[in-house]
Design a protein around this ligand. Structure first.
Ligand SMILES: Cc1ncc(C[n+]2csc(CCOP(=O)(O)OP(=O)(O)O)c2C)c(N)n1
Length: 324
């Protein structure tokens, strides 16, 4: 793991990254439990992606920058400013859901207050949309950088190629984050991608492409921070490919034991980024046993509160479904 100081992070920032990862993980686990118990209809787990998401998202400026996340991006959405309550309101389809007032499928994150733009269901659609937002920002003279994330499966879509080509041509301020977990539902990356990596394609567009360990939040942060600074200064886009593991099935409606071997699933558990980062922080003296337990308690309390409030919140009236 990259030393957090070499990544330009203070001790407090390194611990904050762990706290975001922990919140993402525990909230994700709660959502899966709620789905299993029939309380909410859908769970799309981000377990295994947290280091890449939080490492990258913390390199952007909340409130100023724009976000085009994808469904598996809980960690990025939390760092962008969504609260556990916002997430729960969306999961329970409540009227106060900031993304759509309970109309959009959960996990298609959106929040006008936070410049988070909701995507629709086809994979990759957010890529040209992110590029368009960046072009609009440049024309208006806003010093915005756009976060745009997707999986390696989405990188097989035409939208990916059109979006990257356009962004490169006009040197637009977009940082593309490909979270490569090796699977597009049950289709392995070997049946998606010739040439070894998504990042290698950047050369064809004349932009920087970096492929790195997405289990190391500090390495991801350092690379994305450089890319964000360059994009903000007018230097154009970058493509960062973070190699991650999808610890769970594609969604709650998928059974990945039908297409992943027991060996792979065991390996994925061993590579879990959360204990890796905790171990690093303990080693450098930033996390002690008592502190770790206190973090867990604070995160659990925030999630309990959010769930309770969302359960009690009113549903939208039926007519709301017919409004534009
Ligand atoms: C255009 C399109 N084709 C297929 C689907 C069905 N689909 C939803 S998610 C997904 C897999 C995408 O995989 P990837 O981009 O690698 O992201 P991951 O889910 O692995 O994080 C597919 C095929 C879709 N939503 N849109």
């Amino acid at each position: 793991m990259l030393d957090h100081r070499s990544a330009g992070l203070s001790d407090e920032q390194a611990v904050a990254i762990y706290r975001w990862m922990l919140l993402t993980r525990r909230l994700d686990e709660r959502l899966s439990l709620l789905q299993r118990s029939g309380a909410i209809p859908l769970a799309v787990s981000s377990r295994g992606h947290e280091a890449a998401q939080v490492g990258a998202a913390t390199a952007f400026t909340r409130g100023q920058d724009w976000w085009f996340p994808y469904y598996r991006d809980l960690g990025a959405v939390l760092v962008a400013g969504s609260t556990p309550l916002d997430v729960m309101l969306s999961a329970f389809g409540r009227a106060a859901d900031p993304s759509s007032g309970g109309r959009q499928t959960p996990y298609n994150w959106g929040d006008r207050r936070l410049n988070i733009v909701a995507r629709s269901a086809p994979v990759g659609v957010q890529i040209p949309q992110a590029v368009g937002a960046a072009q609009a920002a440049v024309r208006r003279g806003d010093r915005v950088v756009v976060y745009c994330s997707f999986g390696e499966g989405a990188a097989s879509q035409g939208d990916f190629h059109e979006g990257l080509n356009w962004a490169a041509l006009y040197r637009l301020p977009v940082v593309f984050l490909c979270q490569n977990n090796g699977w597009a539902i049950s289709v392995p990356v070997s049946r998606q991608l010739a040439g070894g990596s998504v990042a290698a394609r950047a050369a064809g567009y004349g932009i920087e492409g970096i492929c790195l360990d997405g289990g190391d939040p500090f390495a991801v942060h350092a690379a994305v921070r450089r890319a964000v600074a360059r994009a903000r200064a007018g230097g154009g886009p970058a493509l960062i490919e973070a190699r991650v593991h999808r610890m769970d099935a594609h969604t709650c409606d998928d059974n990945h034991t039908r297409y992943r071997s027991p060996e792979e699933l065991a390996e994925v558990q061993r590579a879990d980024p959360l204990p890796r980062v905790a171990e690093y922080l303990r080693r450098v003296g930033l996390l002690r046993e008592g502190g770790e337990a206190a973090l867990e308690r604070a995160v659990a309390a925030a999630i309990d509160r959010a769930e309770e409030q969302a359960r009690a919140a009113p549903l939208p009236p039926p007519e709301h479904a017919l409004e534009p």
